[in-house]
Design a protein around this ligand. Structure first.
Ligand SMILES: *Cc1c(COP(=O)(O)O)cnc(C)c1O
Length: 369
């Protein structure tokens, strides 16, 4: 049996008519950049989040950069983020001229360890970027407490956690702003690059909107220099269609994850993912810890099961950050995870037969050694 890591084709086939129609409408209207489809998406997304502003941008990386920049973060500043994430969480800090400062993870949840944030705060610290990694909410209560105590901005990197919740509140609504990616493989994915920022701060929203559009809100009236990072019409139209299904898809991901957890419970060699108490995890990724992980991945590959690692090297140990001179001992939990984590196939359309095939092969691997 061949099981892809993600199956974007399955979702397209299920909604082909609607999506094809949406794309055709944009082409008919030649509403390629911004326009009604984008306005419509921004409105609906803000509504679903219960926030005042949503700004569609070119991708999830730009979203972080734009927010940091418009909050005034720059040269001489420090911004705290988590050791295990995609590089967007930290490269955007450097892009502003500020310095990324990494914090270790909570081993059970793979998100930033709030008990290790304060020791990293200096008088240069301006902001914290918690990442709701794999679809798991970061521990927002203590993070917000620390941010308030030291007067720091909080930008939630919500690229992997659309509509996840922490104590009955959607993640992305705790901080000063939240950023989203709609990269095709994300829970809410476009058919190309796309991203968004949400915030209740009107002034920040206007600034972000302006900066992302060459520094102008009205054509040829450039108040500042900006960048070109806009959501395009086709992506917005596709996202509009998908917005009606995202909650349902998230539920399917969760139920697939619980099914995996059940079949792999108490299984020697494997630790299944935990869900934070009082949280809704949206399982962008289903990440186990596995003994002899690399051999296992090869074994599964031979059986047609595609897996991945998120991420093979923690951010502070990437060559890009050699200049920070970090060692594995600086981030013991993240470093340990880096050697054990394995992402199994996860998408809403995953069938019980496929899940069973994956878990049976996992069991075979560990019983045969
Ligand atoms: C995908 C991702 C991003 C960046 O999104 P792009 O749209 O690919 O630029 C940022 N942060 C995290 C945690 C991500 O997973």
């Amino acid at each position: 049996m061949d099981i892809p890591f993600v199956d974007l084709e399955a979702q397209y086939k299920n909604h082909k008519n609607e999506i094809d129609g949406a794309i055709q409408n944009v082409v008919n209207d030649t509403a390629f950049i911004r326009g009604d489809y984008v306005d419509n998406f921004e409105q609906k997304y803000a509504e679903k989040y219960g926030v005042k502003n949503c700004i569609g941008v070119g991708n999830g990386t730009d979203a972080i950069y734009i927010v940091l920049k418009m909050l005034g973060v720059g040269s001489g500043d420090e911004v705290i983020t988590v050791a295990n994430s995609w590089i967007s969480s930290s490269e955007t800090i450097s892009q502003t001229g500020a310095k990324p400062v990494f914090v270790d993870i909570e081993p059970d949840y793979f998100t930033i360890d709030p008990t290790k944030i304060e020791e990293k705060i200096t008088d240069k610290t301006k902001a914290i970027i918690p990442v709701h990694l794999y679809g798991q909410p970061a521990d927002m209560d203590p993070i917000m407490r620390i941010a308030n105590k030291y007067d720091l901005y909080v930008i939630e990197d919500t690229a992997q956690a659309h509509f996840a919740e922490y104590k009955d509140q959607k993640v992305g609504t705790f901080g000063d702003a939240a950023t989203f990616s709609f990269y095709p493989g994300k829970n809410l994915g476009a058919y190309g690059d796309a991203g968004a920022i949400i915030t209740d701060n009107d002034e920040l929203a206007d600034k972000c909107r302006m900066f992302a559009n060459h520094g102008s809100l009205q054509k040829h009236d450039h108040k500042i220099e900006g960048i070109n990072s806009r959501l395009d019409g086709i992506q917005a139209a596709i996202l509009n269609v998908k917005l009606s299904y995202i909650q349902d898809w998230n539920k399917k991901r969760l139920s697939n994850a619980l099914h995996y957890n059940e079949l792999l419970a108490d299984f020697e060699g494997i630790t299944t993912p935990k869900i934070r108490k009082n949280a809704i995890h949206v399982f962008h990724l289903y990440v186990i810890r596995a003994e002899r992980r690399d051999k296992l991945a090869n074994y599964l590959k031979d059986k047609g099961i595609n897996t991945s690692i998120h991420y093979p090297t923690i951010l502070p140990l990437l060559s890009a950050y050699d200049y920070l001179n970090h060692t594995p001992e600086d981030f013991p939990n993240a470093y340990k995870a880096q050697q054990e984590i394995l992402s199994l196939p996860m998408y809403p359309e995953l069938t019980n037969t496929q899940i069973k095939y994956v878990t049976n092969n996992l069991k075979k691997y560990y019983t045969n050694k």
